[in-house]
Design a protein around this ligand. Sequence first.
Ligand code: SF4
Length: 416
Amino acid sequence: MQGKWYGWAGKIIELDLTSKKILVKPLSRDLAERFVGGRGINMKFLFDEIKPNTDPLGPENVLIFGTGPLTGTIVGSRTQVSTKAPMTGFLGDSNSGGHWGAELKFAGYDHIIIKGRSEKPVYLFIDDDEIEIRDASHLWGKNIWEVTDIIRDEESDSEIQVLGIGLAGENLVRFAAIMNTFSRANGRTGVGAVMGSKRLKCIAVRGTKGVSIADPERFLNHIKEIYQKATTSPMFDHYPVYGTPILTDMKAELGNLPVKNWSDITIEGVENVTGKALVEKYAQKNRACYGCFYHCDHFFMVKEGKYQGVIGPGLEYESVNGLGPRIGNTDFPTILHGINIVNDYGLDVVSTGGSIALAMDLYERGIITEKDTGGIPIRWGDGDVIIDLIHKIAKREGFGDLLAEGPYYMAKKIGK
Ligand code: SF4
């Protein structure tokens, strides 16, 4: 590859939060050619930067954001976050949709590498060529939806894309997520805790540049071909209509639904929490990540009962199952309310469900008692307890402090 960049923006930002130094470097063409895309190049950076004894929550860890050459084109937007993971002490790597990755490309950057640790809470503001480390003391202690609104209001620009952490990341919950576009999560492996450990609240981006395509006609022909194949596939009758929650219907029918901490494969009332139940009772309209014709997400609304008026986006099979059958719950409104607070706190819904599932399993078997849980009887499917535990995990309050460690460290600490 020579000369002008196509697909890639051709630049990376390196930010050292300890020294407050910002460097804009050219992306190496050799790297782009050999490791193609956000994940590949992130892995190379990580391999070069991380030493064997690096503490995932120490200043020596690095947090890398990467986009690939297709992000920001009409194909879509994916953002890859890579680090050494607090959940496992090994590779931390998580991918999300949303709009943030495309906006980063529009601002003219492919990757951001974050090093060090700030003394005080800060956020990174990127507006095309202007890059600024800003004080985040007024944002610290707030969840990510409010933070997004504050920054957009302050800049009088509703199109700024904000990616960041809520209270879970600040409190170093081992499975804290990094959120963007309100419900899109770099959820797995605790990347949000690494961001919190660096006292970096969020990265707000506004970009006005495009992404250049080397051969637009050939590119569009490929897209048309892919579109044709995707929209005539049998899956197109399911995913754009029901989203990934349709997997609950399929798994229930096949008999491989994870139920009650994987101790069962079916649950009474499963028909209340299927993709079909979602569309019939709660879905209001579809929602898509940038450029995605699959539009698998839904805005939902609870119209009656205890959670009447709860509205939000971000329904996936993992979230419905994680706060549903996996913890013995078949009440969809509780799941929907739970999804909203999990997303706002910036928790990974899969591991949130995993921690609650393990705690309920141990309690039901008598391995832990109310002495351990702070007086809370944590029975399968108890909606009030589920919501209470989510708050406690994000704030690391009481028994939630143990659950915030994730199932592996919970089991080690309980040690029975
Ligand atoms: S709308 Fe759904 S299918 Fe499309 S990129 Fe987002 S998560 Fe993926």
